[in-house]
Design a protein around this ligand. Structure first.
Ligand SMILES: C[S@@+](CC[C@H](N)C(=O)[O-])C[C@H]1O[C@@H](n2cnc3c(N)ncnc32)[C@H](O)[C@@H]1O
Length: 1005
């Protein structure tokens, strides 16, 4: 809808306005939304393009960052927050549209109190309804009455009424039950535009209109968002979906391809999608026709293969028998199908039969195959029995592992040559097909019958046909680029297949069938969009694809179920039919209209494009070696990329990839961010995301920011953990968002002045956010906009904001200081400043009930315990709080202070649980007043005589008599603990009260 004729927009009127994200961000709600998206796995919008990509940043988080940069922070923060939440579909009325089902008028009338029903509804026949609701529909005279909304009731009014039908649960639970905003994108926002336009002075009825107008007001044109570490394209896609122009780049061509796919496939026009589906159908038919010509996936009796199960086979050095290495002989728990080894004494080998519908006992017995271990972390070994005698040989022994002083670790596996695509007869590890999953269409139906069968002579003949084909065509297909011929360069992840199998080239990670089928898909994928399916084929059909035998699964898993290149002793292989499901990529569709998007394959430091805003997620302390693992795909595509990708460098350029956390990392990051700063206007904004949080995060960032000519304006922490991380129990992931502007001027200061300034800024920041918490009470029911950890993070940001404003501190040029090479273990000037800033921020976060003057004197571990107890008393129990505060208070090992470290049920150790622990010299609580108080509480809880308790306390508190404040502290701490423990642990609370009175009333002298 074009802006109305009376609307006047003032270009650049917001040019110097602070951005909303520099003042506020509803991080708690955002965490709930980001978590919901992360948990939706295959339901994620872009995942179907490449499920192998690890570390996708949630779209909802990206949306918040981009909007947060474009929206202004006005002098009405509460209204800013309200409007922002409407735009994020986090407001109550949006939840009506996000709810799985909307309430019907009859249900509304049965439930709500409505003074005049006629204000909202019309009924048929009229006049039978009572004038007000709730209505008792059980009355016989109302049986046939129909009700519907009045036509003149606006959508906003309807939603305002319907909101009252939603359960009044906390936000997190509400989000769990609701759809994600993008799932109802076409209608979720219809009610917001009037309020948005009134607040912002815009005239928009959609995101592209709003974004265009905000861009004009801030930058004089539609905003252009850049991401030079674009990865799978999550940030660029969201920017484009909002209506921004977008520049995306990445060093890695596979990342560029996924980003291209996000724009042109998921974001493609409806016509282009129809065209793609047509191309995909054609491709699948072409591959199928070739396979059928070879006759290698059918048995001639109406059955087609679905999947093949292969295993490694070795000669047992003790018995001379050839033994298949199959860790579990269960083939399907659902079908109760197992493989059985049938000894062939004569040939000293095993036949493998397949039995289906066996007993539960048989299945459990089959769980123990020929590869076993004696517990986690123990070496696996080959296990088999001949004539009742059991033989065990470690897999490492079979491989011939050795340790050599000169050449390091090694083994006796032959290193495969480029022409090898299967083991040679003399190789230690042979490969063997041991079962086949067959399928046949049910007569007249679209469903199939399935069965597992043992391998027959006819199957082996078909295997031979496949091998012969590959053998004849390998060199030619490699030359044409249909099959990989690239060497596996050694590296952290790539060493694994080399070491464990002797594979030296990427095509050796695929068996003959996989080479044939994947190669055919590659050959006939002639367009850019189809090439994305080739990567899917490689991912879902390699020797690193595990067979899943769980009930109802019976499937071949994908290679990148994690971010390593793990080899398996048995694995699955997909038939062409089964693989085509993955090649088809069942993608969602969000047409991106009239948006200028570009994708370039280049290093971030060679950026040449101007952008108004950069939102980036750099590889900070990255656990994923993108450069190494993506070579798995580069190998398939590098020789004949389609025209769209032909300019890209089809090499992972490992040496240019930014990774780790050392000197090279810092240099790479500075070069990248310096360049981005140069490429943005003076009023440009940047958001940098970090998922990793090492203790040195703040110092690292301050250095990079300084050296790049930027300054921090805000920082936020959003929890983006996944269920798998939660299941691991003690590891919760969060993302830090750092907001930055160009540093202006050449300001100088001294450390002494800084101290004051930091203190003031941190205090102001904390005041502002706690103030907003209060103001938004109505909007947030009983929840907080910001929890303590968020306020603490904002406190750090305030400190960084002050620090990074200056170019010269104590006569030192901070840009030079930031890039100065480090000696290992050295604490630099910057480290010192950051530690000081963080300390200052912590000082300002005194828990209620502790006098500020004492807070400053507590050790980090004491502050940690006291602060976290305060949060526990408020009902917070997520482990990441503990992790974050431990870092903040510099507690070396906070785990020693924990009673539970479960992700969502974390808590501190109680006095009784501590018992006599953590008293000795190595402990961070050693000789602390808090430890002495907890000890006394433990004794009191165990009914130790009070005189003894007091005597022990006097011994445990250093300078008890000589330093009056020590006693004061005991009283204060006991009082504090009593209050905080009242509902958590009433017994200990009572012990704390007794202790407080004992010490207060103690006669001295
Ligand atoms: C953490 S990932 C980005 C993930 C992305 N935000 C997503 O949601 O999928 C970091 C990316 O930086 C890229 N990268 C590493 N070094 C680079 C460099 N020097 N220049 C450009 N990109 C680089 C990697 O290839 C990787 O794709």
């Amino acid at each position: 809808m074009p802006p109305s004729s009376s609307f006047i927009l003032h270009p650049s009127s917001l040019a110097n306005a602070p951005a909303l994200i520099e003042r506020l961000l509803p991080v708690q709600k955002l965490s709930a939304e980001a978590y919901k998206e992360q948990m939706s796995n295959q339901g994620k919008t872009l995942t179907a393009l490449g499920s192998y990509w690890k570390g996708r940043k949630p779209l909802i988080l990206n949306k918040a960052c981009i909007l947060g940069c474009l929206l202004p922070a006005t002098d009405n923060p509460k209204r800013d927050l309200e409007i922002f939440e409407k735009l994020m579909a986090m407001d109550d009325e949006s939840f009506v549209a996000r709810w799985p089902r909307r309430a019907k008028p009859r249900e509304i009338l049965a439930t709500l109190s409505i003074a005049r029903i006629a204000d909202y509804f019309v009924s048929d026949p009229p006049l039978l309804l009572p004038p007000s609701a709730p209505v008792d529909w059980s009355k016989p005279e109302l049986a046939g009455v129909k009700v519907r909304w009045r036509d003149d009731v606006s959508e906003l009014e309807r939603r305002q009424l319907e909101v009252q039908m939603l359960p009044p649960t906390p936000y997190r639970q509400r989000v769990e039950a609701a759809k994600r905003p993008e799932e109802v994108m076409d209608m979720v926002h219809v009610h917001i535009w009037e309020a948005v336009n009134t607040h912002l002075g815009t005239d928009a009825h959609s995101f592209p209109e709003l974004v265009e107008q905000l861009g004009l007001m801030r930058f004089g044109h539609r905003p252009r968002i850049g991401d030079t570490f674009c990865g799978s394209g999550q940030i660029p896609f969201e920017a484009a979906r909002l209506g921004c122009d977008v520049y995306a780049s990445d060093l890695n061509p596979v990342a560029c391809m996924l980003t291209w796919g996000a724009f042109h496939i998921v974001g493609g026009s409806p016509d282009s999608r129809v065209e793609l589906e047509c191309q995909q159908r054609q491709l699948i038919e072409q591959v199928q026709a070739e396979i059928d010509k070879l006759g290698v996936e059918t048995d001639g009796h109406g059955w087609r293969t679905k999947a093949f199960l292969y295993c490694v086979e070795v000669r047992c050095p003790q018995t001379g028998w050839m033994v298949p290495l199959i860790p579990s002989l269960i083939i399907s728990r659902g079908k109760m199908a197992i493989a059985e080894l049938v000894p062939d004494e004569k040939r000293k080998r095993y036949d493998i039969s397949v039995r289906t519908g066996v007993s539960q006992d048989d299945v459990e017995r089959a769980a123990k195959g020929t590869v076993r271990t004696d517990g986690r972390g123990q070496d696996p070994y080959l296990f088999h029995a001949v004539d009742g005698v059991e033989y065990r040989t470690k897999i490492s022994t079979l491989r011939g592992d050795f340790r050599d002083k000169e050449s390091g670790n090694g083994n006796k596996l032959r290193q495969w040559e480029k022409s090898d695509f299967k083991p040679r007869p003399e190789d230690i590890f042979q490969e063997r097909l041991y079962a086949i999953h067959w399928m046949r269409a049910k007569p007249g139906k679209k469903t199939f019958d399935y069965e597992f069968r043992a391998v027959t002579e006819a199957d082996l003949k078909r295997e031979q046909t496949v091998e012969n084909f590959v053998s004849q065509h390998l060199a030619d297909w490699q030359a044409k680029g249909w099959l990989p011929d690239m060497r596996i360069e050694p590296g952290y992840n790539t060493d694994q297949p080399i070491r464990e199998r002797g594979w030296t080239h990427w095509h050796q990670l695929f068996n003959s069938r996989q080479l044939l089928v994947n190669g055919l898909f590659n050959r006939y994928s002639t367009t850019a969009a189809l090439k994305l399916g080739v990567n899917q084929a490689a991912n879902w059909n390699s020797k690193l694809s595990q067979w899943h035998s769980s009930p109802g699964v019976d499937a071949v898993n994908h290679t990148f179920y994690n971010q390593a290149l793990n080899t398996f002793l048995n694995y699955g292989t997909r038939s062409s039919h089964y693989l085509s499901k993955q090649v088809e990529m069942d993608c969602k569709s969000f047409s991106l209209l009239q948006i200028a998007t570009s994708v370039r394959c280049s290093s971030a430091e060679s950026l040449e494009e101007k952008c108004d805003v950069f939102v980036t997620d750099p590889p900070y302390g990255d656990a994923v070696n993108y450069d190494e693992i993506l070579e798995f795909f580069i190998a398939w595509l590098r020789k004949n990329p389609p025209a769209e990708f032909a300019d890209w460098v089809w090499d992972s350029r490992r040496s240019l990839a930014i990774k780790g956390d050392g000197e090279d990392f810092r240099r790479g990051m500075v070069a990248a961010y310096q360049r981005m700063t140069e490429c943005m206007p003076d009023n440009g904004i940047q958001v940098i995301m970090f998922t990793h949080q090492s203790g040195s995060l703040w110092a690292d960032m301050a250095n990079i920011v300084w050296a790049s000519g930027l300054q921090v304006t805000a920082a936020w922490y959003v929890v983006t953990e996944t269920e798998s991380a939660m299941r691991e129990g003690s590891y919760v992931k969060g993302t830090v968002l750092l907001v930055l502007r160009k540093r202006s001027g050449m300001h100088k200061t001294t450390r002494d002045d800084l101290a004051w300034e930091i203190q003031e800024e941190v205090e102001k920041q904390i005041r502002d956010l706690t103030g907003l918490n209060q103001e938004a009470k109505g909007l947030y029911r009983d929840e907080n906009v910001f929890e303590d950890a968020d306020i603490q993070m904002a406190g750090y940001a305030a400190a960084l904001r002050v620090l990074t404003r200056y170019l010269i501190i104590d006569g030192r040029d901070m840009t030079a200081e930031a890039i100065r090479p480090r000696v290992k273990g050295e604490t630099t000037f910057v480290d010192g400043l950051i530690a000081f800033a963080v300390d200052t921020a912590n000082q300002c976060l005194v828990p209620q009930g502790i006098p500020e003057r004492h807070w400053k004197e507590f050790t980090g571990a004491e502050r940690f315990y006291l602060k976290l107890l305060d949060l526990e008393a408020k009902g917070l129990k997520t482990l990441d709080n503990y992790q974050n505060f431990a870092k903040a208070f510099k507690v070396r090992d906070f785990r020693a202070l924990m009673g539970s470290q479960r992700a969502n049920e974390a808590r501190l150790r109680s006095a009784v649980e501590f018992g006599k622990d953590e008293m000795s010299e190595g402990s961070e609580l050693h000789q602390s007043v808090l430890r002495a108080v907890l000890y006394s509480m433990m004794e009191l809880a165990k009914n130790v005589d009070s005189n003894d308790v007091l005597a022990h306390l006097i011994l445990n508190v250093p300078d008890y008599y000589s330093n009056q404040t020590q006693r004061e502290r005991v009283v204060e701490l006991a009082d504090y603990l009593a209050k905080k423990l009242e509902t958590l642990r009433p017994d200990e609370a009572s012990a704390a009260r007794v202790l407080r009175e004992m010490v207060k009333n103690q006669r001295l002298g």
